[in-house]
Design a binder for this molecule. Sequence first.
Ligand SMILES: [Zn+2]
Length: 115
Amino acid sequence: MDAHNSICPLCHRPFNHGATRCQGCLNRIVYGATPQELAEAWRSGMTVGALGGIFVTGLIPQLLNDLFGWAIPIGLGLGFGSLILVLVIGVMSGYYARWAKAEAMRDRIRVFDQP
Ligand SMILES: [Zn+2]
């Protein structure tokens, strides 16, 4: 196993995989996505999912009704349940976005010049 498998991009000193601080510049080494990046992905995914849910349960029935004279109830006839559906779609989308961010950043090793 390679003892020095990464180089600090800030001070160019090698560090062992798993180290949490560079021994050269003492900056923080981060493996994969940061908690802030995951939280941001979660918020974005949740927002997009909830807007998509509102679109599907509220705007599309209205559009189809207007275009074709149909009578699809707003909220797909679920009443209050349509709000729960919007929430569920939002949460699923948030989980997916968070997972996708974690996967995308999985093999990234970064050094942040902050404590
Ligand atoms: Zn360093």
